[in-house]
Design a protein around this ligand. Structure first.
Ligand SMILES: Nc1ncnc2c1ncn2[C@@H]1O[C@H](COP(=O)(O)OP(=O)(O)OP(=O)(O)O)[C@@H](O)[C@H]1O
Ligand SMILES: Nc1ncnc2c1ncn2[C@@H]1O[C@H](COP(=O)(O)OP(=O)(O)OP(=O)(O)O)[C@@H](O)[C@H]1O
Lengths: 224, 224
């Protein structure tokens, strides 16, 4: 995506615009607040103060030429809807809309949004998964029914080598990497190493196993 | 985490409380809005309408007994600060605070927050990474310098078997899984399968490779 327009520079839009700009993407940042336009102008190619419900103003910025337009307006639903409709009409190829709820999301889709972001809802789901599974350091869904998880080494595995444990055959999971913490030496903080272990590697307390497999296989692993 | 208190039932807090409750965690959901307490009460163990800046009211709910307290108040910074101070004083073990900016986050940490969530900022960073790297379907940092990526199969790999490609030796990356899309049949939508491929698997157009390796090794892979 070489050229991205970001409309609405609240915390979501401002972070998005400045991170993209700093990573070499050509960004057109738009907000009706002069202060926010000012705040972002050093990070982006073009920062413009305008009202995005004004079709002529958007056309004057050549918004149809961007690869992606992100409508990051949050609270102002009416402005967000009008802007989506205008941008769709002007022929922008890929439209990402921020929505407050699933019902708002459905409305944006019907108006032509290709992708929906719900920062607050998604953050709530993510924290819920993390708190509901404390023995998992992290869980990533790879696709239907497959996940990557980070699991604290179960007691039953301590002192055994990966070869002895034979995880692929016994549990149908793939050990992708090992995270090992070395304890802090006086005056320094402990160090975390991550690496692809050899079959002879013996598991130690505090090791974290990075595993991939079907959700059913991962659920069958011993938890502690 | 068996018992979690969620204070503030905006979109972030409400999603968090109801998802936790539906996943078998004992949730104490708190908000000063009766309507929101009502909306969540079927999903959680206890839903209470109270003002979280009222220390007596929080004490009456035995908030000190929870494993984690999440302060999900967004706009109302003063209430969020007061609540954090009270909850810390009452001895809650693990406090998660929602913060609007990095400066707010620093204040919460000094008042005793163990963990900070910034939904809007984090969503902005995540979308920026995704838009800045379109050939990557997804990227997950596993730890310093190691990542998991999903890469659309480069043209140079098409028609070759995994054994021929010998990714571990030639590129020092570990192919963890393959995502393969079968095209839609008339009247049905296409199907995505994800599986751990055998060495004889021949790569096809639209395949997605799920790979793990050091960031340097991953950056050396052909991109198209
Ligand atoms: N018609 C409009 N034209 C241009 N910018 C607009 C328009 N309406 C709203 N905005 C801008 O959109 C930005 C984000 O919207 P708003 O502040 O409503 O959302 P928010 O939910 O508070 O954002 P965040 O949660 O990302 O901080 C604001 O900076 C506002 O000035
Ligand atoms: N002192 C308080 N005691 C209890 N609840 C409170 C207090 N102050 C605010 N809240 C509640 O916190 C909730 C979330 O806060 P607020 O609406 O300010 O944030 P928000 O940023 O709009 O939330 P979200 O983005 O998650 O939708 C609201 O439902 C509000 O009623």
């Amino acid at each position: 995506m070489h050229r991205v327009a970001v409309i609405g520079l609240g915390r979501f839009g401002l972070t998005l615009a400045s991170q993209l700009g700093r990573n070499g993407v050509e960004v057109l940042a738009i907000d009706r607040s002069g202060a926010l336009v000012e705040a972002v102008k050093d990070d982006v190619a073009v920062a413009v103060r305008l009202d995005s419900t004004d079709e002529d103003a958007l056309t004057a910025q050549d918004i149809a030429k961007v690869d992606v337009c992100v409508i990051a307006i949050g609270e102002n639903f009416e402005a967000s809807l009008l802007t989506t409709t205008i941008v769709k009409k002007l022929g922008v190829k890929h439209i990402v809309c921020r929505a407050q709820t699933a019902i708002h999301a459905e409305i944006f889709r019907r108006l032509g949004a290709d992708e929906i972001i719900q920062p607050e809802t998604q953050a709530g789901e993510e924290l819920a998964r993390k708190l509901a599974n404390p023995h998992l350091e992290d869980t990533i869904r790879l696709g239907d029914g497959y996940s990557l998880i980070e699991l604290r080494v179960p007691k039953a595995f301590l002192g055994k080598s990966l070869e002895q444990l034979n995880l692929r055959v016994k549990y149908q999971v793939n050990l992708v990497a090992l995270k090992r913490n070395s304890p802090p030496q006086s005056g320094s903080v402990g160090l975390e190493r991550i690496y692809v272990p050899l079959p002879g590697e013996v598991l130690q307390p505090n090791d974290i196993l990075v595993l991939v497999g079907s959700d059913a296989a991962l659920a069958d692993l011993p938890k502690e």
